[in-house]
Design a protein around this ligand. Sequence first.
Ligand code: NAD
Ligand code: UDP
Length: 315
Amino acid sequence: MNILITGGAGFIGSHLCDALIKNHSVICVDNLFTGSRENIKHLEDNKNFSFVNHDIVEPLAIDEPIHQIYHLACPASPVHYQFDAIKTIKTNVMGTINVLELAKQKKAAILLASTSEVYGDPLEHPQKEEYWGNVNPIGIRSCYDEGKRCAETLMFDYHRQNKVDIKVVRIFNTYGPRMARHDGRVVSNFILQALEGNPITIYGNGEQTRSFCYIADLINGLMKMMGKEHITGPVNLGNPVELTIGELAKTIITISGSPSGLVRKPLPQDDPRQRMPDISLARKALSWEPAVSLMEGLGKTIGWFKESLGRTPCH
Ligand code: NAD
Ligand code: UDP
């Protein structure tokens, strides 16, 4: 098959390219806003791989047939999606329309990488797919949260009106090798701080919770979802092991053997207080659940960051 991945040069997208290229031709579309050529450098000589430098806010014209589209293009870390909030909304709304038009034209199945952020600061815990969320429509996270909610709406409207074959997955915090060093996400921040012996920056009191999924498990879930006929989703994909940000900091300090201490910083506006997926649907419909423990996944991620710091030091 010919498979197109928007956002294919990013963290998750580049791992998806690696997995899909084993059996398919892969077209990676990316404007390199938060992704990098470095993430896909090892694929560029592969005759089944092509890279298109394109901003999906502009319509997308592809000559060859396309059978499947994984739509991932969108900055994912708060630092990056808030950098140009209007652009983030355009990417989610205009970009998703452009990618859906391509899916319609090519009669391709399309999977949207939506997010746990559609649940906002959730009042139900853990979060099930039926929960409609608690989202501030005018805050600093809204460009991403409401942008993704609108992208989901567009997916279902194209499905109802144009019979496009859609799949919507809601991804919970995912981590692993190739996370961008300075995108401000908690796992990459804490690992870099620990490896460099700098204080670990805890926002707020560190009691807020998240659930972290290792990249290999997520990629497996995305491919299983695409492979299932007649399932539109939304389906939660994430690791249902919940921990506080304070506990995450201590775990990273322990695994990396770091001398770092902790320092408190202000909690950003609308930072969700708790987040944990209910993955009953993914278990039942996709026979999927995460296999990599937090200790194992963090060990691999710390190893990758160590190696990458050795290649190009931060300072
Ligand atoms: P990332 O920032 O590493 O990857 C996003 C990619 O999209 C980058 O390569 C970037 O250059 C590209 N991109 C951004 N705007 C674009 C545009 N207008 N046109 C073309 N390309 C554009 O982030 P990621 O963690 O790999 O996330 C990938 C997707 O998964 C995103 O849609 C994100 O919302 C979703 N997601 C990720 C997580 C997570 O924990 N990593 C959680 C929930 C949802
Ligand atoms: N966080 C933190 N220190 C950091 C970066 C993030 O305490 O250096 C916190 C942040 O406030 C949030 C959690 O970690 O409560 C996860 O943040 P991230 O930006 O990784 O993802 P998201 O908030 O989108 O889940």
